[in-house]
Structure formats: structure tokens, C-alpha cells
Design a binder for this molecule. Structure first.
Ligand code: FEO
Ligand code: CA
Ligand code: CA
Ligand code: CA
Length: 643
């Protein structure tokens, strides 16, 4: 029907070789090529000038694509359309900032000591730029035909930047309660900004959900609830030091509750540039990696969510109301209320093998699988708290404390949770947990988290440094509170005993470590992007994107599709097997370098001494990348200039 739409071929590719950690290239399979769609600093709003990394300002950054893109989707331009066609809406999270590679070492951006030398602390001007670089972006994209590369539109009525000065609505049962009020917002229903927006999900009704993850890194503990401060990791100071600029980050008088207004799931309607984004308190407050929504048979919205911390939990939300079909104005308005009221659960996973067979080494139990049964334990049901001694608003604001008391299962950093569009099975990326150290005050290996820190045969096994992927099989409908579970993957170097690829021959898979973001293609294959292969794992290769079938004889056959440049993490994969295209966000390339001594030159790749074209940068830029069929051997060149 159109170029790039192979007949039943989908995204055929030959697995690439894992790349050494120093390889500063984006490597894709033979027959594919890549281009940036949009990079940090590219102008997207009226008044934005061509990016000049030596002369950034808070005003310019607020009109540019921000830093450290994470969740990504490209939606059909018109609400209600099913396919992306030739006009799309690119929506991206902008998770956090890396000051040392964003700003040159000059006194314009850095504090100076008595001798006039710049110190390691960014100054108030740089901090204001950082606040403008956080958040989200919506950008119109166009292309000649499906399967062809997109170009972003520098000027479009739908282009939008969400940052720390953007006004949000707070809704749901905790909105307006005492714990949500501040001096600046005595109503407890309005808040400025979002931060650390990590993964997300696109809802069946066409909005985008975004997880506020490590919000604790931006607020000084107020001290009003020391138990909660400790459980959420709020400390006495922050490395961002925004408390020096605005009292709401300092936890002082009048702002004791400001940090309670972060750590939520945000819903953004990219089709309505005038609609304020919403923080949904009904979905609980924790270090939200993201949220993905499917529909129950009767049309309830069912969201699955991970709390990305070692020994934290997997959650599920079920909406009270049911989805309205179609894309009428009424239906769209109704569906945007679905996440405002409903039931909240946390997962308990029980293994079915004897504890003696779970020895922490990752050896598969004698029944052939890490598997068992599970249940969703209610925290809020029909508007009532199910947790003794906690009100509904307390359960929703201090969700971790509520989940602790009901006996939820401590997981190894649950990140993205994704639902198969083909089978309805749910997949959870547990990225790693080096702290699972029995005898040291922490829980040891369990069947759903089967590796811990131990000395075995003279070798030290450093906990679960490589992570695993859990498969959850609902008992019937998505609203069921019962499920079965098993581990699809126990990741790592496949030559090492204790790695497991759903029984697939280990000598035929790509090595994979630290699974983070998940996506499905239309055929029901799972795609996994990784975060941390170089630093924390036994693989020491660049992070990448991997495909793994989850059904049939190919179940467990992990194959690497791409590798990201030095220092980068692979985020936000979008797999469009119909168009034969793959999209990734390349986050924090060259994160260990500095502005003046870059570790990565991705994606502009300006040679030393070469002239730098206007808008380019001889240094790393977090970038939205598109991969498509084309000539070249996987070394595309940046042309990501909007028009
Ligand atoms: Fe921002 Fe859990 O990764
Ligand atoms: Ca078992
Ligand atoms: Ca992540
Ligand atoms: Ca991660």
C-alpha cells in the first residue's frame, strides 16, 4: 500500500553485535539507517532563536526542546485517527539535567571561588535554565509518506513546552486536602511544574501519561512527617539547590506540603494545547516510573505502574467509570476523567518452589521455572481506605507506607510495566538491585527476585546487577485480583550460569542487562531498552534496544536491534512494525564528560577543528532518533533541523 509496508515482514533484522562502551555511535542493523528528529536545544516555540549552547538563557530554553528525553510517542495528528500517516504529534518527557555537559565552564553559569575560578556548583542563572529544561514537549512532525523519516515543525499551533513554571491541576481524592495545601496554593488544587518525568504511556483515548519519578532529589525534607520523608528519600539538601532560588523547594514555613504535590502520574492531552496537564492523586504517590493503561472487558481503564526503587512495589489502578467509545468532544472529555477516581492495588507475588531451591544464584528451580501465583492487594476500594489507621488521602499521598503495611512483594526496582496488545499479559522490567544482601538487614533472594549478594565458589555475586523481566498473567479479566506469574528473562551475560531466557538456547541470544523501558510491536513481540549495561552490569557494553518474542518457539530469543552512543541510556522505544520504523530517545549521551571535554559527539559529530554550523554543537545532545529502512550501514548523519 505504501513504501516501507512490507507484506507480513514487519521489522525483520539481523541482530547487531554488542558495542564496546567507548563506541560513540548509534548502531542499527544492516538495511536500516537513522536520523535525529529533534535534539536538546532545537527551537519549537515562537521567539526561539537558533540554538547557541554558549549563550543559553532560561527564556530560550523554555522555547526549545529540553534535556534528557525519556518517554516518547508519536501520535496521529488528529484525535481519533488510528495511524500516524504523514502528520504526527511527537510527545516526549524531559526527565532531568546534566549541568556539567550543558554549560561551558564560565562564570555566566557557575559559582566562582575567591580566585575567580569556577566551582562545581551551577549558579542561579544556570539553575533557572535547568528548570526550563525539565518537563515535557509536544511537537508537530511531518513526513512525505509512512515509512519515510519525519521532520519536526519549528512553528506549529500544537507545539508546547511543559516546564517548572507550567500550571497543573491536581485532581482526585487527595486534591484540596490539608496535606496538599501551601501558602501559594491554599486550595491544594493547583501546582506549578513537573520534574523527573521518566517513562509514561499513551492512553486508549489519546492522552499521554508521564511518571514523576525521583522528585525527592528536588526538595529539602520539611520534617513534618519524618517517617514519610525517610521512606521517600527526602534529605536535608539537594544537589539541584533550587531551594536557593525559591522557598517552595526548601520545605520551610508555608511549604511543608510542597513535595506532596510531586510524585504523581501526570496526564497531558497533546491534542488540546490550552488544556492544563493534570496530576491524578487517585493513582497514588511514589517514584513513578510511568503508567500504561489497558481496558477491561467492561471498559474500565486499568493502569499498571512501577515504583522504581530497590525493594519497592508494582501497582494497579482500576477506574470507577468506563471508557466512552469514539472521539466526540463528549467522549474525549469523559475519558479524561477516568483516572480521577478508582481502586488502587499493590502486587503480592508468591513462588511455588521450595525456598531451598531459591539460593540466590539464579539457578532455575527444579520445577523448571521461577513462577507462582499472585494477588492484587487493595489499598483503596470504592472510595474507602483498606489500610488500617490511614485515611484515603494518606494512602494516596503516602502510598509507600500504605503498601508496606499490607504485605506487598518487594521487587528489584520495578521500572516500566507494559501490557501486551495481543494477549493482555503484563510485563514488568525489574532493572537491577545490588542491595539484596541477606544478613545485612535486607531481604535475600525470593522466587520473583531470585538473585542476591553472596559469595559462591570463591566468587562474589553482586546481587541482582543485571535485572529480570516478570510476566504476569491475569486470571481472566484485567480487573481480576488474582494472577499467575513467571520470569520471562533473568538477564545478563548468557554465557554465565544463572541467566535465563525463557528456556531459549543461551548461546543464541544477545547479551542484555538492566531492562528499563518496554514496548510492544503489533505482532506482540516485546522490545526492551536498557539503562546501565556499561556501569553496573556484567556485560560492559553500550546500552541498547532488544526484541524478544514472548510466544511460540521463539519465546526468549533476545536479539539486539540497536546500540546507543557512549554514556547514553536507551529510552522511550516506539516500535511501528507497520511502517517499518523504530524510534528511541537517546538520553544522557556522554554523561561522564564535560561541556569543554565531551565524552560523546552524538548526534552532530562535528570533527575536531571543523566549522560548527548554526544550531549544531560539538558535544552530546539528548536526541529523539528515528530508525528506518534505508541505505547506509547504520551510521546516519544528523539533519534534524526543523523547518
Ligand atoms: Fe528514570 Fe526508573 O528510570
Ligand atoms: Ca517455580
Ligand atoms: Ca527509566
Ligand atoms: Ca532506569
Amino acid at each position: 500500500r505504501f513504501p516501507g509496508h512490507g507484506h507480513g515482514k514487519g521489522l525483520a533484522f539481523g541482530a547487531i553485535e554488542p558495542q564496546h562502551v567507548d563506541v560513540d555511535q548509534l548502531v542499527v542493523p544492516d538495511g536500516y539507517t537513522w536520523d535525529p528528529i529533534i535534539r536538546w536545544g532545537d527551537p519549537i516555540l515562537p521567539g526561539a532563536r537558533t540554538f547557541d549552547p554558549n549563550n543559553q538563557s532560561p527564556e530560550q530554553q523554555a522555547k526549545q526542546f529540553g534535556y534528557n528525553c525519556d518517554y516518547l510517542d508519536i501520535l496521529p495528528f488528529d484525535a481519533g485517527d488510528e495511524h500516524r500517516g504523514t502528520r504526527g504529534l511527537l510527545v516526549s518527557n524531559l526527565e532531568y539535567t546534566n549541568a556539567s555537559i550543558m554549560f561551558p565552564a564560565t562564570e555566566k553559569y557557575w559559582e566562582t571561588d575567591a580566585d575567580g575560578n569556577v566551582t562545581g556548583d551551577q549558579n542561579a542563572y544556570a539553575r533557572a535554565i535547568e528548570r526550563a529544561a525539565h518537563g515535557m514537549a509536544v511537537v508537530e512532525v511531518r513526513r512525505r509518506a509512512p515509512g519515510k523519516p519525519w521532520t519536526y515543525q519549528r512553528i506549529s499551533p500544537v507545539n508546547r513546552r511543559i516546564h517548572m513554571d507550567t500550571e497543573f491541576v491536581i485532581d482526585g481524592p487527595a486534591a484540596g486536602t490539608d496535606l496538599m495545601r501551601t501558602t501559594a496554593d491554599p486550595t491544594g488544587t493547583r501546582v506549578l511544574g513537573t520534574m523527573n518525568n521518566c517513562a509514561g504511556g499513551t492512553t486508549p483515548w489519546g492522552t499521554v501519561l508521564s511518571g514523576e519519578e525521583n522528585f525527592n532529589g528536588y526538595f529539602v525534607a520539611a520534617g513534618a512527617n519524618p517517617t514519610a520523608d525517610a521512606r521517600y528519600g527526602l534529605g536535608r539538601s539537594t544537589s539541584y539547590n533550587w531551594e536557593a532560588d525559591d522557598p517552595r523547594f526548601g520545605g520551610g514555613a508555608g511549604y511543608e506540603n510542597e513535595s506532596n504535590r510531586f510524585g504523581w502520574i501526570v496526564e497531558l492531552d497533546p491534542h488540546d494545547p490550552s488544556a492544563p496537564p493534570v496530576k491524578h492523586t487517585a493513582m497514588g504517590r511514589f517514584k513513578h516510573e510511568g503508567a500504561n493503561v489497558t481496558l477491561s472487558r467492561r471498559g474500565h481503564a486499568v493502569a499498571y505502574m512501577g515504583d522504581d526503587q530497590a525493594f519497592d512495589y508494582i501497582y494497579k489502578f482500576v477506574s470507577k467509570d468506563r471508557v466512552a467509545k469514539g472521539s466526540s468532544r463528549w467522549a474525549r472529555a469523559h475519558n479524561k476523567t477516568l483516572l480521577s477516581e478508582g481502586d488502587l492495588y499493590v502486587a503480592k507475588l508468591t513462588g511455588d518452589s521450595p525456598a531451598t531451591e531459591i539460593d540466590g544464584s539464579g539457578a532455575v528451580p527444579s520445577d523448571g521455572a521461577f513462577d507462582g501465583s499472585g494477588e492484587w492487594l487493595p489499598l483503596v476500594l470504592d472510595g474507602a481506605s483498606q489500610v488500617a489507621g490511614m485515611s484515603v488521602e494518606e494512602v494516596l499521598i503516602y502510598t509507600r507506607l500504605a503498601a508496606d503495611t499490607v504485605g506487598a512483594t518487594k521487587m528489584d526496582r520495578p521500572e516500566d510495566v507494559e501490557i501486551s496488545p495481543v494477549t493482555g499479559r503484563i510485563y514488568v522490567a525489574c532493572t537491577n538491585n545490588s542491595g539484596r544482601t541477606p544478613g545485612n538487614g535486607t531481604e535475600g533472594a525470593t522466587e520473583p527476585n531470585p538473585r542476591d549478594h553472596k559469595v559462591q565458589g570463591g566468587a562474589t555475586i553482586n546481587g541482582n546487577r543485571d535485572g529480570h523481566v516478570v510476566e504476569i498473567i491475569p486470571s481472566g479479566d484485567q480487573t481480576s485480583t488474582r494472577f499467575a506469574w513467571n520470569l520471562l528473562l533473568v538477564a545478563g551475560d548468557p554465557t554465565v550460569e544463572g541467566t535465563y531466557f525463557a528456556g531459549y538456547p543461551r548461546d543464541r541470544v544477545s547479551p542484555i542487562s538492566c531492562p528499563d523501558n518496554l514496548a510492544f510491536d503489533a505482532e506482540g513481540n516485546l522490545w526492551i531498552s536498557t539503562d546501565g549495561q556499561p556501569s553496573s552490569s556484567g556485560i560492559a557494553k553500550c546500552d541498547g534496544l532488544f526484541k524478544v518474542p514472548v510466544a511460540g518457539r521463539e519465546r526468549g530469543h533476545v536479539q539486539q536491534f540497536l546500540s546507543v552512543p557512549a554514556g547514553a541510556e536507551t529510552c522511550g522505544p516506539v516500535i511501528d512494525s507497520r511502517d517499518g520504523m523504530v524510534y528511541v530517545n537517546v538520553q544522557h549521551p556522554g554523561e561522564d564528560g564535560t561541556f569543554d571535554a565531551p565524552q560523546s559527539l552524538f548526534p552532530d559529530y562535528i570533527a575536531e577543528g571543523a566549522r560548527v554550523e548554526a544550531g549544531d554543537f560539538r558535544g552530546p545532545r539528548p536526541t529523539v532518533v528515528q530508525v528506518y529502512r534505508g541505505r547506509g550501514n547504520g551510521h546516519g548523519h544528523g539533519n534534524g533541523h526543523g523547518n
